[in-house]
Design a protein around this ligand. Structure first.
Ligand code: PGA
Length: 256
């Protein structure tokens, strides 16, 4: 894992945006995995400003709520259109987001996995992290080998997301999410986390034992995972000084 600690969400996001921009320039037909929530909002704003060419790019989103009408403002279909897709030149047919209204959910999930595979696999997967360590909507105790499937949200995640819905009762209970096994097959994972409320989940993910109780800990087994985090999210890391030293002393050829 490469832990990049920056003074602000802006500075951490700048680095993440440069990593994605380089990927798109080097491989115009890249496959990018996308995330939702408050964390990647700034990243999407920066990517729009960079005016990159998305015409050959394919995207797969991590997750979606089940049973909300697609036009509901809190579906991830709405989120992605509003915050990224309407502002870039991506082809509609290259966008993939789980269908929370699929009639046959297991069948849909199997096809989603097949589509990822048929696309050549995800080059960079953008990730946020829940306060409970979830990645995608893989809640604690998710199988570390899981594939795209239905999940039930924890009370904590429904509480965390109540701010988007106006009340906790309005947050759906069920979601479709890529599995942890699916995420682990991305060639690179790029996890962003900002704020003190993510500090414990980040410290466990980086320095704790690998456990399904914090699904993000499995990223310790991934060959190319970068964390772009701000100082408050890094507050509980025991080896933060080492990570800072590593980053500021990278050989030139390794810098972003
Ligand atoms: P947030 O959510 O970006 O809204 O904090 C992150 C997540 O739940 O993965």
């Amino acid at each position: 894992m490469e832990i990049i600690i920056q003074p602000s969400p802006e500075a951490a996001t700048d680095i993440a945006a440069r990593i994605i921009a380089r990927q798109l320039r080097e491989k115009p037909k890249s496959v990018i995995g996308l995330a939702t929530g408050s964390t990647p909002l700034l990243l999407y704003r920066k990517l729009i400003e960079m005016n990159l060419d998305w015409s050959g790019v394919t995207t797969f989103n991590l997750d979606e709520y089940i049973s909300l009408p697609r036009e509901h403002p809190q579906t991830y279909h709405s989120f992605m259109r509003e915050n990224l897709f309407r502002n870039i030149n991506i082809a509609e047919e290259n966008i993939h987001i789980p269908d929370g209204n699929a009639k046959d959910i297991p069948q849909f999930c199997m096809e989603y996995e097949q589509q990822i595979h048929a696309s050549g696999g995800i080059d960079i997967q953008v990730l946020g992290i829940g306060t409970d360590g979830h990645i995608g909507f893989n809640e604690p105790t998710s199988s570390l080998a899981s594939r795209t499937r239905i999940k039930t949200l924890t009370q904590q995640t429904r509480r965390d997301n109540a701010r988007f819905f106006g009340s906790e009762e309005a947050v759906p209970h069920h979601v479709i999410t890529m599995g942890i096994g699916t995420i682990m097959e991305a060639r690179q994972n790029l996890l962003l986390a900002f704020g003190q409320n993510k500090a414990r989940a980040i410290a466990e993910a980086v320095e704790g034992p690998i456990t399904a109780s914090n699904p993000a800990t499995i990223l310790q087994m991934h060959p190319v995972t970068k964390l772009c985090i701000d100082e408050p999210a890094a507050a509980d890391l025991k080896r933060a000084d080492y990570y800072r030293w590593v980053y500021t002393n990278k050989p030139d050829w390794q810098t972003f």
